[in-house]
Design a protein around this ligand. Structure first.
Ligand code: ZN
Length: 114
């Protein structure tokens, strides 16, 4: 006896769409939002893919011996020669704010002895 509720929802949506007022407006807004997301999603995915590619490209190294490009850090997977370490050094010596101690001297301006 149980029928698929999909139709009922469709009918309800149609009713809401046809009916004037805030409900129909809401459904139209919803459809507009869904369309917007469907249009925007590929763009967002494209942007994310581009960012990931940038990160990968930054880690890529070109072998000086054979020209093989890989994301290996130490050795070339193609010919086995060691990469130049000085170039591979990551910028770890950046100024680390969490390690900085700030000395604050408390000076009492109302102290009569000074
Ligand atoms: Zn190589």
């Amino acid at each position: 006896m149980q029928r698929s509720p999909t139709w009922l929802f469709f009918l309800l949506a149609l009713l809401l769409l046809l009916a004037p007022g805030p409900a129909g407006r809401f459904v139209l807004d919803l459809l507009g939002g869904i369309t917007f997301i469907l249009v925007l999603l590929p763009l967002l995915l494209g942007a994310a893919g581009f960012a990931a590619w940038q990160v990968i490209q930054r880690r890529m190294r070109t072998c000086e011996s054979c020209g093989f490009v890989s994301i290996e850090k130490d050795f070339c997977p193609a010919c086995g020669s060691a990469f130049d370490v000085s170039v591979a050094a990551e910028p770890n010596e950046q100024f680390d704010v969490s390690n900085v101690t700030i000395d604050v001297q408390v000076v009492n301006e109302n102290d009569p002895s000074t």
